[in-house]
Write a protein that binds this ligand. Structure first.
Ligand code: SF4
Length: 324
């Protein structure tokens, strides 16, 4: 019996080492090289599917897919400016949050496929519409096309700061490869406990992965600097019953740099599967939000608080198609 357990343990250790070696050995090609989509390793899911014929866990096929392109006045004030951030909402996501307010396009596939050329046109059109920034929302499965589109758009005069709006469940190697393409990382911390990541977003290693990814974002762009329109902003959506582990998240941010701006968000609503969950089936209380705010103040961090829902102006459509 003891012998069997030891043998199983040795096999398990061997399998873990082998799988890490396989993951390490997958070469990350240039991000504008579409070959990466033939064995996709763009996010920590590392599906290695051929996206010309098969969708990975994110639900995205070969071409980039967009659900909406708008001027978004509800982002953090420096990102929205007067006219709004030029938000491009991409379809699909590597996370599977049971409460996702964007479920239609993040997990159900709503959206339309476009080419890199059309995407470049859209970037230029949001610039013409007066957007303060280009806000790429859940961009990771679409990176090769985004990089191509940015190259095309920049050749045609595109100059807006590029915001990478992410769950932070990202591969460090991919974030490193984005250097020079991204000006501002708008990075969520959803949980600081891997088990909650599994329970609520179906990822096994959220906190481990996220800390490494955010460290790399910080190394690349530093804390957010409004004059330079460059840097890292961390968003924390406060969840009921401290499922977000916001104290630990704030301590992590403070340990990196107290100048990192934090957006402390109160707008959680228990959509979809969350309605049946005993921990997150309600909105947060005033006390829960204030406790997170107290921690932010105690740590001498700064940033933005969420405005009341009724005060929030949201989105305005952009006529994004190019007239060629
Ligand atoms: S981007 Fe999609 S297909 Fe690629 S590894 Fe991630 S989940 Fe899988």
């Amino acid at each position: 019996m003891l012998h069997d357990i030891i043998v199983k343990w040795i096999i398990l250790q061997f399998e873990m080492v082998r799988s890490e070696t396989v993951m390490e050995s997958v070469e990350l090609k240039s991000l504008s090289n579409l070959e990466i989509l033939e064995s996709c390793t763009l996010c920590p899911r590392m599906c290695q599917v051929d996206r010309r014929t098969t969708k990975g866990i994110c639900g995205v096929g070969y071409l980039p897919k967009v659900s909406n392109i708008v001027l978004h006045k509800g982002e953090e004030p420096p990102l929205s400016g007067e006219n709004g951030a030029g938000a491009v909402f991409f379809s699909g996501c590597q996370m599977k949050c049971i409460y996702c307010q964007n479920m239609g396009f993040s997990q159900k596939g709503v959206g339309f496929e476009i080419s890199a050329e059309e995407l470049a046109c859209a970037f230029l059109r949001v610039q013409e519409a007066g957007a303060q920034t280009l806000d790429l929302v859940t961009p990771t499965p679409h990176i090769p096309w985004i990089v191509k589109a940015l190259d095309i758009a920049r050749e045609r005069g595109f100059k807006l700061p590029v915001v990478y709006n992410t769950s932070s469940y990202e591969r460090v190697e991919v974030i490193k490869a984005l250097e020079g393409y991204v000006d501002i990382y708008l990075a969520d911390i959803r949980y600081t406990d891997n088990s909650y990541g599994m329970q609520y977003s179906k990822v096994p290693d959220y906190w481990d992965v996220t800390q490494k990814a955010i460290r790399e974002m910080y190394r690349q762009v530093g804390p957010f600097d409004e004059e330079k329109m460059r840097g890292l902003i961390v968003r924390i959506l406060v969840l009921p019953n401290n499922v977000s582990g916001h104290d630990r998240a704030l301590e992590f941010i403070a340990s990196l740099d107290k100048k990192i701006s934090v957006a402390l968000m109160s707008q959680y609503i228990p959509h979809f599967g969350a309605k049946q969950d005993e921990l997150i089936n309600r909105k947060i209380t005033k006390d829960e939000y204030e406790s997170a705010l107290d921690k932010l103040i105690e740590l001498d961090l700064d940033g933005w608080m969420q405005l009341d829902e009724k005060e929030r102006v949201t989105t305005f459509p952009v006529d994004w198609r190019c007239r060629i």
